[in-house]
Design a protein around this ligand. Structure first.
Ligand SMILES: [Cu+2]
Length: 470
């Protein structure tokens, strides 16, 4: 390659990188103030870009310092976040496995939780025996993408930033110098950072009505900012029959699976619920119970338990290529917040595009089963469905007490079975602690055993030791 072509190649790579990372609309607008078809870019345009000093000069400037040494001396709270990029084999629905790429042997990667104004010290390590390099793009940061780049096998790299904006933010692998980013993200290298507002969350107001003296009037209900919290991360898998990433399917938007927290239909009833409700582990409550049976261990489906009249907060991120029409069947989303700003209240469904997030606050007033879905039928049927169980809708309290599983009636089944670990974020500024947490998620056995050591409940071991439910 001669020098001229070499330079053109470099500029093209930077241009493509800019468009990929920051969205072509933003980049194009910055260049010329009008729309440009990136595929039609000619050499004179490349010259203009070169005269401007390359596209990086028009990218967002660093609002936060990158030098960890300087940031660690500012008097801010410093939170370390350590990730390891590792390719592992993980199960998919139907008894097969796929070649996953992960942060810390789990999909999604660990949830980072900080308070607005904290310094995040992000360290990415790639083991010697890892097949490729990996990067990390944290959407909660505001630093040049050129700062971090990718990390080769056997190496470690680090950057620091101030989490200036409150909200939910995706993080994801940026591939090897951005090459293969789609493959790495859609194979599992994604997660979220929750940045709690520096002043904490706001009280929740829910509009109700009441009757007094024969007149119906507004009766506003207020709930304390403290809430029981869950994380729900939506994505798709694009796989060949032998479990490899299928780029052709991705380009055509033909996904093989729709996942919440890495798994299809992860929050539906299992054999234990069959026993509790139907007295027979083989009598399925739900039409499809793909992760049914103790042999599925940490992958056995679990349910999401909440109390009635309790403030529930959901941190939701769409990591995928398809929109998420988030809806809870039988419920109204009492408040939708993005970036610590209220976007809507008392709404039925809220739309999230790719790499978009929200915080949903709601209260389940009545005991019952409530399905959370991506209200796109193709997504529902391919896995974007789970169940919240509020209160004691099945009248199980006396039976659970008789069986000695609980001592006294409980406000939610979480007191007996716990909530699934992959849907429970780390504690934050206004978190209500879950009564118990069971080990559930797309984890390797190593991760599951570390969680057991940390005190989370391995239901696949505990259930066989429980007294039979009468
Ligand atoms: Cu990667």
């Amino acid at each position: 390659m001669n020098k001229r072509y070499s330079m053109l190649f470099t500029i093209t790579a930077v241009a493509v990188m800019g468009a990929t990372l920051f969205g072509s609309t933003y980049t194009q607008t910055q260049i010329s103030g009008q729309s440009i078809d990136m595929s039609q870019i000619k050499h004179d345009m490349m010259d203009k870009i070169r005269q401007m000093g390359g596209l990086q000069l028009v990218m967002p400037q660093a609002f936060a310092e990158v030098d960890c040494g300087a940031l660690e001396q500012t008097g801010r709270n410093v939170v370390e976040f350590n990730l390891t990029g590792e390719s592992v084999e993980l199960p998919i629905m139907g008894g097969k496995t796929y070649n996953a790429m992960t942060f810390n042997q789990q999909v999604p990667g660990p949830t980072l939780r900080v308070t607005q104004g904290d310094v995040v010290k992000m360290t990415l390590t790639i083991p010697d025996d890892e097949v490729v390099g990996h990067g990390n793009d944290m959407h909660a940061s505001q630093i040049s993408a050129l700062t971090f780049d990718s990390v080769n096998p056997g190496e470690t790299s680090q950057f620091c930033y101030i989490a200036e904006a409150a909200g939910v933010f995706k993080y994801h692998c940026s591939g090897v110098h951005l090459v293969g980013m789609d493959q790495h993200v859609l194979s599992g290298m994604y997660g979220i950072a929750i940045v709690d507002p520096i002043k904490g969350y706001k009280k929740l107001m829910v509009e109700k009505t009441s009757v007094s003296g024969g007149e119906v009037s507004l009766d506003r209900q207020f709930y304390d900012a403290d809430a029981l919290e869950f994380t729900l991360q939506f994505n798709q898998l694009y796989l060949t029959d032998d479990g490899n990433y299928d780029a052709g399917a991705m380009f055509q938007h033909h996904n093989t699976a729709t996942v919440i927290n890495g798994m299809q239909f992860a929050y539906v009833p299992n054999m234990l619920h069959n026993i509790l409700l139907k007295g027979d582990e083989n009598k399925n409550i739900f039409v499809a119970q793909p992760w049914n049976g103790l042999e599925n261990k940490q992958y056995q489906s679990q349910l999401l338990y909440v109390e009635n009249g309790q403030h529930v907060r959901l941190f939701i991120e769409n990591h995928g290529n398809e929109p998420v029409f988030f809806h809870i069947v039988g419920e109204i989303l009492d408040r939708v917040v993005q970036g610590n700003r209220v976007q809507s209240a008392a709404t039925e469904t809220w739309l999230l595009g790719g790499s978009q997030n929200m915080i949903v606050d709601l209260v389940f007033d009545e005991p019952g089963a409530y399905a959370l879905v991506n209200h796109d039928y193709a997504a529902i049927y391919t896995g974007a469905l789970g169940l919240f169980i509020a209160g004691d809708p099945f009248g199980l309290n006396p039976r659970l007490v008789d069986a000695g599983i609980i001592e006294a009636p409980v406000a939610s089944y979480a007191y007996a079975l716990g909530n699934p670990s992959d849907a429970v974020p780390p504690m934050g500024k206004n978190s209500i602690a879950h009564p118990a947490i069971n080990i559930h998620g797309l984890y390797t056995d190593k991760v599951a055993s570390e969680m057991k050591d940390a005190g989370m409940i391995p239901l696949w071991e505990v259930i066989p030791t429980l007294p039979p439910v009468p």
